[in-house]
Design a protein around this ligand. Sequence first.
Ligand SMILES: [Zn+2]
Length: 398
Amino acid sequence: MYLKLSVIAALVAVATAAPSTTTTAAATPSSVAAPIIPLPPFSGTLVGAYPTQDKIAPTDTPLVKQWLAELNLTSVATWPVVPFTAGGDPQNPKAIPEAACDWTETNCINKDITTCPLGVWGLTYDDGPTEFSGKLYDFLDTTDQKATLFYIGSNVVENPALARRACGAGHQIAVHTWSHNPSTSLTNEQFIAEIKYTEMAIKELCGFTPRYFRPPYGDIDDRIRGLLWAMGYTSVIWDYDTNDWMMAPGGTRTMAQVDAAFAQWIAVAPTDKTGHVTLEHELYANTVAAAIENLPKIQATWKAMPVSACINDAHPYHETNITLATMNGAKAGISTGNTTASATVSVGGATATSSAGSSTASGSADHSTSAGTVSNVVSSSVTVMAAAAAVALGQMLF
Ligand SMILES: [Zn+2]
């Protein structure tokens, strides 16, 4: 399905010689509004050399070797890799010390974002893009609602048009690994490969590089955090879990139970001490249905926004000419004068360039993001969902 490096050069030559402004429209549903974040050209076929979908990313490719050589891992904690059991689940309980600050084992957080400020709901959907995502994105569009989407790299390459739609719409795109395996069961090299290949797919399709990450299953310790920091990432967990993943076909959770969870959170909202970051999924038809069912209730109770917006990070991508809207007033767009940045995409050493990137939007000069802003949120993040942490990883599907 994906092209080998040997043919990339030819494709790049074609793309360069015949830049087209029509490919974006062809890859995007016709009913969708024009992107507010301009997208790079896309032929409909990814040019990068990507790993097998839904399998742990390989570590022996030239690309991974290059990425490893570029990273300084001297400060990364050396906590042991948590073994998989014979059944494929992570060891439970994990044989790692408390000092590893493992969230699922001890609720320990270390510079992770788990809440938004009081009155604000950090709206997040995991595991996309999937065949069900279009329905969710349509609904979000009806109220111009933006969300944080934690994307699985394998799903990005499987659903490139949906990924591009969400990128262009101004949702915050973030990384959720390549294969959705528990992070602490991956070696340093495997985890880096999982992040970088997902980054690569998002960069090829959307022209930017995320700076935020959510661990599948909330599975994170200080070794994984150290790797993330070395790659420029901030981790995001959650304090409210809908457990909607249990609505998988044949699963045990009902729409009524998810609705009841929201009803309970809304009932106690007047006594909230902090805002929230939720965990929902764009994974199944019924998780999307639950998301659509409950979003109006969220919007009526809190100010709903992406996580980057609630911590006032206007630049959740490495490409700082791209701005996303924030709570303190930054407006989404791409800075004028940097139009070529969105039209030149380097994919694993191959560069696809087009002159079609002439679209500009009103960029904001807001650069108010600061470590202080983020750490204030983090330091107040004492609300950790104990129930989720108590669930054995081996019992969790998503
Ligand atoms: Zn997930």
